[in-house]
Design a protein around this ligand. Structure first.
Ligand SMILES: *[C@@H]1O[C@H](CO)[C@@H](O)[C@H](O)[C@H]1NC(C)=O
Ligand SMILES: *[C@@H]1O[C@H](CO)[C@@H](O)[C@H](O)[C@H]1NC(C)=O
Ligand SMILES: *[C@@H]1O[C@H](CO)[C@@H](O)[C@H](O)[C@H]1NC(C)=O
Ligand SMILES: *[C@@H]1O[C@H](CO)[C@@H](O)[C@H](O)[C@H]1NC(C)=O
Ligand SMILES: *[C@@H]1O[C@H](CO)[C@@H](O)[C@H](O)[C@H]1NC(C)=O
Ligand SMILES: *[C@@H]1O[C@H](CO)[C@@H](O)[C@H](O)[C@H]1NC(C)=O
Ligand SMILES: *[C@@H]1O[C@H](CO)[C@@H](O)[C@H](O)[C@H]1NC(C)=O
Ligand SMILES: *[C@@H]1O[C@H](CO)[C@@H](O)[C@H](O)[C@H]1NC(C)=O
Ligand SMILES: *[C@@H]1O[C@H](CO)[C@@H](O)[C@H](O)[C@H]1NC(C)=O
Ligand SMILES: *[C@@H]1O[C@H](CO)[C@@H](O)[C@H](O)[C@H]1NC(C)=O
Ligand SMILES: *[C@@H]1O[C@H](CO)[C@@H](O)[C@H](O)[C@H]1NC(C)=O
Ligand SMILES: *[C@@H]1O[C@H](CO)[C@@H](O)[C@H](O)[C@H]1NC(C)=O
Length: 524
């Protein structure tokens, strides 16, 4: 049986980083070893992924696969030549999967615990949201406690090169080098378990950065100053994620129809790296839950070579005039409007995402992928898990869900939420990525939309299609944008499955070959 899509994805990074053996090593701590099952089978790689090789040369790769080169066809079984594996057609190869954590980082870098002891403790404090309950405000603090090990610049560059195709860090312009090194350092951190985390809160006068001030007319909280320690220590992987009822100390309540979102600054005791803005969200109003890749920024996640450069090296770039659309929503919708950015990018990359969003889009709370969601079943369920938590926290709010069609989790989770919570989902707005990007050749599945009111969702082509929608009154569809929803797998003529095999057109071929190589690495 071929390994599942998720296991392929989970294997990618561990395979290319040569961590395949490290993951099986027992943890070097006093705590009983917790063996983390990341993937079913790990056999030595027949083809090593090396960013300095040009895979584009290998035009005959599909034939190689069909004829069983390196035994790959055997693991894919008879599907090759007839159909592509479902992880190909239902999802995007995930190069951010299976990143090393904790002791894996140490063993990979040959560093011992002693060298780390003297390093300062750092805290990633993911911008929280809070709901209003009978006990007052209830804030969801989540994030990670970690340390930076010493890694030489040349080692950082070697590690960064693994994430690039057809290029290397030394060949990039200086700003891109800086970003590739920044992200690589953020990935190779050592998470700190069993730590107590203490926070202090105070009013947040401004959102910070040059972006929109807090979404939907949020205001500095008129109080709330306090210090406290989270009720639990961090998990083995350094994560914390807990709702804490905070003291009122002058905060406004979250009831009433036109209550503003209130902002609090959150500081973490003992480090300058754990600052965040918390958003106290009233019971009623509209929350925009927005994915980030390929909807708020240009990622081209469906084109691995570009996707890797856009994620690891190039400065994040907004997608067309999408910031104008959000700015208009933020400034014209009622005061209780809230923005929540929910991406399944692993938490190690969170700072770059936050930095970009706060410079470009309205302020709001965040969710990224916590570390305990790296095993196979959890990877599949992470988006739904995070979305459900927001829905449960705000049972009276209405949600506008925004993302793009290249994301298979979204294509399942968003319509499912609309079926399960018909009174909470106001609109689903999906960028039809194939309409504007010929490189987007991954099929997407619209089956989940069957049975939903066709006026509550829209597949749009470009940000201007969203202009003038009366979101407050539930207008989600711009009647001038043709909708072609078949409630089935949609290929938009770019990619066909059938007995003759995959038919690819134009530039899709290049993407396809690169993607295939990335995928081969995943299988091995
Ligand atoms: C990387 O960049 C982010 C965003 O600009 C910044 O907050 C962070 O401190 C940088 N991290 C490192 C390790 O340089
Ligand atoms: C964390 O705080 C609790 C409660 O004060 C205490 O019992 C525990 O020992 C602390 N843990 C560490 C690692 O300091
Ligand atoms: C909305 O909030 C602003 C402050 O940001 C306030 O001036 C205005 O009166 C509020 N509007 C309503 C209708 O409450
Ligand atoms: C909170 O802790 C900070 C130091 O971390 C201290 O300066 C401040 O006075 C404390 N505030 C309260 C309200 O206890
Ligand atoms: C991850 O941790 C959170 C809270 O820390 C927990 O609610 C969740 O169930 C965990 N997920 C998995 C897959 O273990
Ligand atoms: C805050 O951190 C300092 C050391 O950085 C420590 O002495 C103090 O006890 C901490 N306060 C709390 C409330 O954890
Ligand atoms: C966090 O806030 C403190 C207090 O305002 C400030 O000194 C520090 O520079 C901030 N840290 C970062 C990374 O901005
Ligand atoms: C607030 O959020 C918590 C955590 O999701 C949830 O259990 C609770 O029901 C919410 N309270 C209200 C009043 O919505
Ligand atoms: C609909 O989309 C068109 C084309 O992008 C745009 O010009 C128009 O402003 C949008 N809004 C409405 C309400 O028609
Ligand atoms: C801005 O948003 C308001 C309220 O949603 C809407 O009425 C208006 O047409 C929008 N303007 C543009 C240019 O989209
Ligand atoms: C997306 O755009 C493509 C290309 O214009 C079109 O063929 C397809 O039908 C559109 N999908 C939907 C769901 O409207
Ligand atoms: C609608 O989608 C189907 C299947 O994806 C496609 O064959 C057809 O050409 C599309 N029609 C339009 C008008 O885009």
């Amino acid at each position: 049986m071929a390994p599942s899509r998720t296991s392929q994805r989970a294997l990618l990074m561990s395979a290319i980083l040569g961590l395949a053996s490290a993951v099986a090593l027992p943890e070097k701590t006093a705590v009983p070893a917790k063996v983390e099952v990341r993937a079913p089978i790990v056999t030595p790689a027949a083809i090593r992924f090396d960013s300095r090789h040009s895979y584009l040369q290998k035009k005959d790769i599909i034939n190689d696969i069909k004829s069983g080169v390196n035994g790959i066809a055997q693991s894919w079984g008879s599907r090759i030549g007839q159909d592509l594996p479902s992880f190909f057609t239902e999802g995007i190869p995930g190069w951010f999967e299976g990143l090393p954590t904790g002791t894996q980082v140490l063993s990979k870098l040959g560093i011992n615990d002693g060298d780390l002891a003297a390093k300062p403790t750092e805290v990633l404090n993911v911008p929280p949201y809070a709901n209003w309950t009978e006990q007052g405000w209830n804030v969801r603090f989540h994030g990670n406690v970690y340390k930076f090990p010493d890694i030489s610049q040349s080692k950082v560059d070697d590690l960064a090169n693994v994430f690039l195709i057809d290029t290397e860090v030394s060949k990039l312009p200086p700003d891109q080098q800086a970003q590739a090194r920044n992200l690589t350092r953020s990935i190779f951190i050592v998470q700190q378990g069993d730590r107590n985390v203490s926070m202090s809160l105070e009013p947040s006068p401004s959102q910070g950065g040059d972006g929109e001030p807090g979404g939907g007319n949020s205001i500095a909280a008129p109080g709330g100053v306090q210090n406290f320690t989270l009720p639990y220590e961090t998990t083995d992987q350094g994560d914390f994620d807990v709702f804490v009822p905070i003291q009122q100390n002058g905060l406004l309540p979250g009831t009433g129809s036109n209550t503003n979102v209130q902002r609090l600054n959150v500081y973490t005791n003992g480090t300058l790296s754990g600052n965040a803005t918390a958003f106290l969200v009233p019971n009623e109003g509209i929350t925009f839950i927005s994915d980030i890749d390929d909807i708020l920024r240009v990622t081209k996640i469906y084109d691995p070579k570009e996707g890797l450069l856009n994620s690891f090296a190039r400065p994040f770039t907004p997608w067309l005039n999408m910031p104008d659309v959000y700015r208009n929503w933020s400034s014209t919708l009622p005061n209780n409007t809230h923005f929540h950015y929910l991406t399944t990018t692993p938490e190690q990359a969170t700072r770059l995402y936050m930095d970009f969003i706060y410079k470009t889009y309205p302020g709001g709370s965040f969710d990224t992928r916590p570390l305990n969601f790296s095993d196979v079943s959890a990877t599949l369920s992470i988006r739904m898990f995070l979305l459900k938590k927001v829905f449960e926290t705000f049972p009276q709010r209405k949600f506008v869900l925004v993302a793009d069609t290249s994301n298979s989790d979204v294509m399942k989770a968003y319509p499912q939420l609309a079926h399960d919570h018909p009174n909470q989902v106001q609109c689903i707005l999906l960028r039809n990525t194939s309409a504007t990007d010929p490189d987007m050749w991954f099929p997407y599945n619209t089956e989940g939309f069957k049975g939903l009111n066709s006026k509550m969702y829209m597949f749009f082509r470009e940000p201007n299609d969203l202009h003038g929608l009366d979101i407050s009154n539930g207008q989600c569809l711009n009647a001038t944008i043709p909708q072609n929803v078949t409630f089935d797998r949609q290929t938009d003529g770019k990619f066909r499955l059938g007995s003759a095999g995959a038919t690819l057109q134009g530039s899709a071929t290049v993407s396809f070959i690169v993607a295939l190589v990335a995928t081969m690495v995943m299988i091995m």
